[in-house]
Write a protein that binds this ligand. Sequence first.
Ligand code: NAD
Length: 289
Amino acid sequence: MPQSPVIAPTPTANRDPVPLPPLPKLLTGQVALVTGANSGIGAAVALALGQAGAHVAVNYVSGDDSAAAVVAQIAATGVKAKAYKADVSDEGQVQAMFAAAIADFGTVDILIANAGLQRDSAFTSMTMAEWQTVLNVNLTGQFLCSREAVKEFVRRGVVPEVSRAAGKIINMSSVHQVIPWGGHVNYATSKGGIHMMMESMAQELAPQRIRINAIAPGAIRTPINTEAWNTPEAYDRLMTLVPYGRIGEPEDIAQTAAWLVSDHADYIVGTTIFIDGGMTLYPGFATNG
Ligand code: NAD
């Protein structure tokens, strides 16, 4: 009998060699706004939504060149794309960004509230600035963007030929909405907050046919966590936390996000989808429980 090929745990740079088929056009004619879309997970999600047929507003806070590169990549798939510079933690900038995107594209059907950062510190030396910056960007930023998106969803209502829902939001959370993370108390607190914010928004807004869900990534290969995977030693250490035996790629998040905001997922409301290679299965208990 032929043996199925063994995919060895990949030390640092290797990707899974099995290519994915192109995304189906599940979002044709819809408009998506993705925050923090000039890097990592946000860039991959923005590109996937474009491949699925959506026009994409690419938010970024710094890095004009990388934002322009993401816009060009999306536009090459045949949909419209435009970059919007705005700090998601600034109420005025968020409101101006949504007003500009709605003026340019006509409406917004989908928000991917993805922008986030870390300011790591031992607890007793964590400064007020480190605490506040993470809460402002990761939690308040998602509140501000979600609020502006919902206002537009409610104003427009359901357009049946576009989507069964009046609008869709994905709040980018983390496995750290449930796994405590010493040395990162500000970050874990922000993600725990996103969890309850998402569920409360989803409960309040579902009667208006607005679907709000979260994605909780595990360890994904992006600039936010380079030191966790960029040497073979670090990668091996990381793999002790990941039963599936490989790091996640931004595309792993992007594929699910494109499906989750489509009508194929229309009855999913207020759920967190963990995309973590089994990290939340607490693999340490496999042999030590
Ligand atoms: P990344 O650093 O590559 O991307 C973060 C993006 O957010 C960047 O584009 C950055 O410029 C943007 N950003 C930061 N502050 C901003 C602000 N004030 N306004 C607008 N944009 C801002 O990291 P990533 O891994 O792609 O992270 C994306 C999201 O995924 C974050 O919310 C992060 O917490 C979450 N996440 C990542 C992982 C992972 O392993 N990479 C795991 C769990 C959750």
